[in-house]
Design a protein around this ligand. Structure first.
Ligand SMILES: C=Cc1ccc(O)cc1
Length: 178
């Protein structure tokens, strides 16, 4: 996709795959002006996926977007997207317990919100693990807002490549079921 991003509306409804310089691969969808969905394909919590996370999403200047949210795990995230340059900068602030027990968070979080809330009280918060990284965007898709097909199943190893190869969504950005 060779769209040029200028307005906030250009950004909302966009689906991205990107790889951080530390090798962590993430897939993220600007579902609407206050909601994000994502899947994690590589890194400390690979296999985790989340829908309907509330987030603050703004345009800083034309074509540059800031997104920030706090999760039920206690993890905080701040992302700055520069999609016209195919790059972003992300900072993830992990509570200590996620670093020590990542396996608890590697799931479809929406079915386990109680477990995240219990775990964040049961285990240590500090010192936090701060991960600031640039990322290279490897895929940009125009999914439209509130498209429940974008992030709709658990991550599997070939998924990012299937999406990039055009094998995963049809012409209406609906998932092609295997
Ligand atoms: C912890 C979630 C998260 C989602 C997307 C991203 O780029 C970084 C962190």
């Amino acid at each position: 996709m060779t769209k040029t991003f200028k307005t906030l509306d250009d950004f909302l409804g966009t689906h991205f795959i990107y790889t951080y310089d530390n090798g962590w691969e993430y897939e993220w969808y600007a579902k609407n002006d206050h909601t994000v969905d994502y899947r994690i394909h590589g890194g400390m919590v690979a296999g985790r996926w989340v829908k309907d996370q509330e987030a603050n999403i703004v345009m800083l200047v034309p074509g540059i977007y800031k997104v920030a949210w706090t999760e039920p795990t206690g993890t905080d995230v701040a992302l700055d997207f520069v999609p016209n340059e195919k790059k972003l900068n992300g900072t993830i602030f992990f509570p200590r317990w996620v670093q020590e027990h990542p396996e608890i968070t590697v799931t479809y979080q929406n079915d386990h919100i109680d477990l995240m809330e219990v775990s964040r009280e049961k285990y240590e918060t500090y010192p936090k693990l701060v991960v600031p990284e640039f990322a290279h965007i490897t895929y940009i898709g125009d999914a439209g807002q509130n498209n429940e097909d974008v992030i709709s199943e658990a991550p599997y190893p070939e998924l990012p490549a299937d999406i990039r190869a055009g094998k995963y969504f049809d012409e209406n950005y609906k998932r092609i079921h295997n």
